[in-house]
Design a protein around this ligand. Structure first.
Ligand SMILES: NC(=O)c1ccc[n+]([C@@H]2O[C@H](COP(=O)([O-])OP(=O)(O)OC[C@H]3O[C@@H](n4cnc5c(N)ncnc54)[C@H](OP(=O)(O)O)[C@@H]3O)[C@@H](O)[C@H]2O)c1
Length: 262
């Protein structure tokens, strides 16, 4: 399995937002499949540790680059960082999720959501896709969320940014699939990560999954359809909220979870 994965999506992968949580889990799952890695996140020292660990465990090449994906020159930076490697897989995982009602959050924070969660994935896909299309093979994974399927009070800008990612990824799935490039949007429910632990205050929503499981499901789902929803509870929640209930009821139920975040 690892050999065919590497043949289709290797020899290099880029993971944006790879220093901890789900991004680090993606990096480990990809290294286990034999791909070399370019890891991006802001905290260079933490990222360097992740890279060293993966080199030791899997014997692959791993580059760690401290990079804020909100930087204005992200397109040039990403092009420079990938100029000498053949990138067959891109995972956009980084996100900014400020909690609180929109009218009380600073405008700077809200616009940073747009920079990290909306602008950067567009740049990421636009930078990596052309070479994949040229080779007729490759893969892109965009991390999205069940929160993006309906209104989600207390995380309004974040939820809207995830709706953007879901639609972006589904559109790219249709555009790039016929050109040999698999695109998948991973619409996760709650995942055990440092980010979720802080926002959730230590509590856990029903169906919360380990990061390694979500990364495995997302990578296994490449080439199988536009959307991946890891976990039975989350698939059921999506079905009930998206298909059975009126939208206002779906928003009310989502609010039960998102209003508890802090
Ligand atoms: N956890 C959940 O319950 C959950 C549920 C649904 C969807 N998701 C999605 O899954 C993804 C990962 O979530 P998570 O909980 O693992 O998040 P997290 O614990 O907050 O980690 C986010 C990662 O992104 C990096 N990052 C954040 N801002 C960045 C920036 N401006 N530039 C570069 N890197 C940046 C962080 O590293 P640095 O701090 O070192 O930059 C970290 O490695 C997100 O897209 C999120 O929306 C998560």
């Amino acid at each position: 399995m690892a050999a065919s994965f590497a043949a289709k999506y290797g020899p290099w992968a880029v993971v944006a937002g790879a220093s901890e949580g789900l991004g680090a889990a993606f990096a480990a799952a990809i290294a286990a499949r034999g791909l070399n890695l370019l890891l991006l996140a802001r905290r260079g020292e933490v990222l360097a540790q992740v890279a060293e660990d993966l080199r030791g465990r899997y014997g692959v090449q791993v580059r760690a680059e401290a990079c804020d994906v909100a930087r204005p020159d992200l397109a040039d930076a990403l092009a420079a960082l990938t100029a000498d490697i053949e990138v067959g897989l891109g995972v956009y995982n980084a996100a900014f999720a400020p909690v609180g009602e929109l009218h009380e959050r600073s405008l700077d924070d809200l616009l940073r959501v747009v920079d990290v969660n909306v602008r950067a994935p567009v740049i990421f896909a636009r930078t990596l896709a052309p070479a994949m299309v040229g080779r007729g093979r490759g893969g892109l994974v965009l991390m999205s969320s069940l929160a993006g399927f309906q209104g989600a009070p207390n995380i309004a800008a974040y939820a809207a940014s995830k709706a953007f990612n879901t639609t972006l990824g589904e559109s790219l799935w249709s555009e790039l699939g016929p050109r040999g490039v698999d695109v998948a949007v991973c619409c996760a429910g709650a995942v055990r990560t440092p980010g979720y632990a802080v926002a959730g205050g230590g509590g856990e929503a029903p169906g919360t999954l380990d990061a390694a499981r979500v990364a495995q499901d997302a990578l296994a789902g490449l080439g199988r359809g536009p959307d991946i929803i890891p976990g039975t509870v989350n698939k059921l929640a999506r079905f009930v909220l998206g298909r059975l209930l009126p939208r206002r009821a779906a928003i009310a139920i989502m609010a039960g979870s998102t209003r508890a975040l802090s």
